[in-house]
Write a protein that binds this ligand. Structure first.
Ligand SMILES: *Cc1c(COP(=O)(O)O)cnc(C)c1O
Ligand SMILES: [Zn+2]
Length: 420
């Protein structure tokens, strides 16, 4: 195993954390494989009740960095459900949609899949402190995995921009929390500086070991589909680490023969935080960071770190990038919630984007689509309250405000006569 720079091709050792190449380029983990991979080994591990094989990440360890068992920190993550959702498929306008709910991970987002691999790598290389900048979910995951590994953690958060649930998780798991007067991108610049100057182990998705773990979203998805490749995989894009991981996973699965063809990848951004979409529209000739603004705080990112790798995903899979409004995201979220599944706002960009891409004729009605829901409903109950009880609730088609009545049989009868 070694690290390779995607920009200049230089190689670096994998037994320490190198954050970027000396040329400034992003690094990839390159794993030397010996021979083909037999799918049956993944099936056999499904029966494990304890240990790393129980993890929906480490089950696929032939596709992951070869770290020793003694270094592995697992909670165990993954094993997230795949929901068949005909009602939402009809609303989006496609014949078949499955949603893979990554909010069902231990801390409530897909970030845990990357964190188990990167935290294990941190232990293996002897890191003494770990750190990250975060829009919320990364900090919750870092705090939990650092606690499990017995490592101190520092998280850098933009002050006032994190949902109470996510901040509460990081506090409760015992991370040291630094709130920055600035946005996520400012927090990201500062944590990289801290990592360079003080030798702190960085757990942001610029860390290529995070992306190795996140590859298993797609691996587990395809395993659940019996290795039947859908026409499209669709997911939200913020810092674009996940987009990068999805592309790397698909390329590697294809290379080792676990899949016979590539699905196309669609990445959805929020209109107010859509630098990747804007670059895509120029054929990736121009790229400009933006000042991000969106209700979907997990993708409220103006200068995505993994831009170059995400671009490769779009190119390799014949993918597309879309942007959707906050109103469209919130309506899609309300529909996913009403289906009994639920997710946080950023995740709903998946469904809103699918609907928009079908309406534009980019994704055909007959397509089979797998959507990724990235975070749990309870990650952002403020967004739920704002939609259903806020000042504009009346304009929201699915608003479901609680009713208040006097504790009398007459009042109850009046209410029930409307319901029954
Ligand atoms: C981190 C996150 C995203 C964005 O993923 P990127 O890899 O940064 O593009 C989307 N949704 C949720 C819930 C997240 O936590
Ligand atoms: Zn380089």
């Amino acid at each position: 195993m070694h690290l390779r720079c995607g920009a200049c091709g230089a190689t670096h050792p994998a037994d320490r954390l190198v954050i970027r190449c000396h040329c400034g380029g992003l690094l990839d983990v390159v794993i030397d494989r010996n021979g083909p991979i037999d799918r049956a080994i993944f099936d056999r591990r499904l029966t494990a009740l304890v240990g790393a094989e129980r993890s929906g990440v480490w089950r696929y360890r032939e596709l992951l960095p070869p770290l020793p068992d003694t270094a592995i920190v697992t909670k165990p993550e993954g094993n997230t459900n795949l929901y068949e959702v005909p009602g939402l498929a009809a609303w989006a306008g496609v014949s078949r949609l499955v949603l893979k709910h990554e909010g069902e991970n231990p801390t409530g987002s897909f970030k845990d899949r990357g964190m188990t691999v990167a935290t294990s790598h941190a232990l293996w290389v002897g890191a003494s402190v770990v750190a990250c900048a975060s829009t919320g979910n990364t900090s919750a995951s870092v705090a939990a995995y650092a606690a499990a590994a017995g490592l101190p953690a520092i998280v850098f958060l933009p002050v006032g921009k994190i949902s109470a649930a996510k901040l509460g998780q990081a506090i409760a798991y015992g991370a040291r929390i630094v709130q920055i007067r600035g946005d996520f991108d400012a927090a990201m610049a500062l944590v990289q500086e801290a990592a360079r100057r003080f030798g702190i182990y960085l757990l942001n998705s610029i860390n290529p070991f995070r992306l190795e773990g996140q590859k298993t979203i797609v691996v587990e998805l395809l395993h659940q589909l019996g290795w039947e490749v859908p026409d499209w995989i669709i997911l939200p894009g913020g810092n674009l680490g996940n987009t990068a991981a999805v592309g790397k996973a698909l390329a590697e699965l294809h290379e080792v023969g676990l899949i016979g063809r590539m699905p196309r990848v669609a990445v959805v951004q929020a209109e107010g935080a859509a630098p990747f979409y804007a670059a895509y529209r120029t054929g990736f000739k121009e790229y400009r960071p933006v000042h991000p603004e969106t209700v979907a705080t997990a993708i409220r990112i103006g200068d995505p770190v993994s831009y170059a790798k995400a671009r490769r995903t779009i190119e390799v899979t014949g993918g597309v990038v879309a942007a959707v409004s906050d109103a469209a995201i919130l309506e899609a979220k309300a529909r996913i919630d009403r289906a009994g599944i639920g997710c946080e706002p950023a995740s709903a960009a998946t469904l809103a984007g699918l609907r928009a891409l079908v309406a534009e004729g980019v994704i055909p009605v007959g397509a089979s689509v797998a959507g990724i829901l990235t975070g749990h409903l309870m990650k952002d109950t403020d967004a739920v309250m704002a939609y259903h009880l806020g000042p504009d609730a009346e304009t929201h088609p699915l608003a479901n405000p609680p009713r208040v009545i006097d504790p009398t049989p007459a009042a109850l009868e009046e209410l029930l006569s409307e319901v029954l």
